[in-house]
Design a protein around this ligand. Structure first.
Ligand code: PMP
Length: 431
């Protein structure tokens, strides 16, 4: 089984060819990341789960949600809500953000069904079939898949320890002979690499966006989860009231992904388009979930909750790096994120010849799951790399998972040696 075999697939190609499908159906590529949820749910053996970017179970305030739900669930939460969001949530959110480094203006905010709906709205409003969209490489491929679903042509741009290499963009763009319509970036603790876009690059990115008249889809689910270093000014702070900024935010990583509540921050004129688009999509975001989030914020516990998450996630990140160091030594390198959920691991030396897509199958059999590099690249690069989520697993469990992963690497390496692949063939592939 290859990793792609658990990506969303039509049942048979025959049925597809017989149906009067829209052209855009060919661009609906699905998500290996999301498909891993059902793949893992169907496994009966014990698996250490480093695959999904989910908050730790222990980090979700279920008891408090239950208490809040008992209070807020009434007729007013069982009817249709305003498309822009429940007034109570908008007020609580704007009030909360006023005390952060990224205050929000109520005329710019629309509540969405999580960050994914924000990405969909951005692409729906700005992307025509055939438009050029810059995406990071590696990237959160659900985001690039959203652009593809609107017919975008993707231009992949590399990432280093300071985030998207913005200096490389003019040359990459010039080589296409086209002007990009949108730039999709995850500036803080990027999914999947964990790196953060530096301040000079933020500034240059804004300049380039204006030069090209390209919208920046600023996707930042993890910005409030910095556990080391200093916050950098957000793109919104650097360029206030900028109509070319479409900022996508979510409660998924800071409260709970099952709530499916997020928001977008856009120019008020764009916000009207967002509302129009959302009205033709889902009318309003789940009302009970909005009331639960609003009451959680009103009770004043969000700051303390976030402080607890930061402490715990730093602890888990450090512990995972120590486990990796102990069990894999110089067989791997990893990024060193200052927040968020993810470590990006790159195989070194002989191990770099292992395909992480193949490793996934062996690792699953050993009882550990991760996302292979190619699933996080629009063109399937990074077969020598993988993403580990350090947030959802306790250090003890993570240690067990890393031991299993090492075992899987040993098996794959032995299989390479047994295969008698001479040095000539090894490492010859695209990585
Ligand atoms: N963008 C990024 C970078 C993410 O990591 C995620 C969640 N994995 C999302 C968007 C989607 O967020 P949500 O679950 O709220 O739809």
């Amino acid at each position: 089984m290859t990793v792609n075999s658990f990506a969303a697939q039509p049942r048979t190609t025959d049925v597809r060819t017989a149906l009067p499908l829209a052209d855009r159906a060919a661009g609906l590529v699905g998500s290996v990341i999301d498909s891993s949820t059902s793949l893992l749910a169907s496994q009966t053996h014990d698996i250490v789960r480093f695959a999904m970017g989910s908050p730790a179970d222990e980090a979700v305030p279920v008891e408090e949600f239950r208490d809040i739900a008992a209070k807020v669930l009434d007729h007013s939460s069982m009817t249709y809500g305003a498309t822009e969001g429940e007034p109570g949530l908008l007020e609580a959110l704007v009030g909360y953000l006023a005390g952060t480094s990224e205050p929000a203006d109520p005329d710019r905010i629309t509540i969405t069904a999580g960050g994914m709906q924000g990405l969909d709205l951005a692409c729906k409003i700005f992307i025509n079939p055939g438009d050029l969209v810059i995406v990071e490489s590696p990237t959160y491929t659900n985001g690039s898949a959203t652009a593809l679903s609107y017919g975008a042509d993707l231009l992949e741009a590399p990432v280093d320890e300071d985030g998207l290499i913005v200096e490389a963009l003019p040359e990459l763009v010039a080589a296409t002979g086209r002007i990009p319509k949108a730039i999709y970036t995850i500036p803080n603790f990027q999914n999947p690499s964990g790196v953060t876009l530096s301040l000079p690059r933020r500034q240059r990115l804004l300049e380039l966006a204006h030069e090209w008249n390209a919208v920046i889809i600023d996707d930042d689910p993890y910005g409030l989860l910095r556990f080391e270093g200093e916050d950098l000014p957000s793109l919104q702070t650097l360029s206030p009231n900028d109509p070319l900024l479409f900022s996508v935010r979510t409660f998924s990583k800071i409260l709970a992904p099952g709530l499916r509540v997020g928001w977008v921050d856009t120019d008020p004129a764009v916000r009207q388009l967002v509302i129009n688009a959302k009205q033709a999509m889902d009318t309003c975001t789940n009302v009970p979930a909005q009331h639960i989030v609003a009451e959680f914020i009103r009770r004043g516990g969000l700051d303390q909750h976030l402080a607890g998450l930061r402490t715990e996630y730093k602890h888990r990140k450090d512990a995972m790096q120590e486990s990796l160091h102990r069990h894999m030594g110089n067989r791997i390198t990893t990024t060193d994120p200052e927040g968020g959920f993810f470590l990006w691991l790159t195989l070194q030396g002989e191990d770099a010849h292992i395909s992480t897509q193949k490793l996934f199958e062996t690792a699953l059999a050993e009882g550990v799951a991760f996302i292979p590099g190619p699933a996080l690249s629009a063109s399937g690069k990074f077969d020598d790399a993988l993403r580990l989520c350090f947030a959802s697993t306790t250090p003890e469990r993570a240690e067990e998972g890393i031991i299993r992963l090492r075992r899987a690497m040993d098996r794959e390496l032995a299989a390479l040696d047994d295969g008698g692949l001479g040095g000539g063939m090894r490492g010859g592939g695209t990585r």
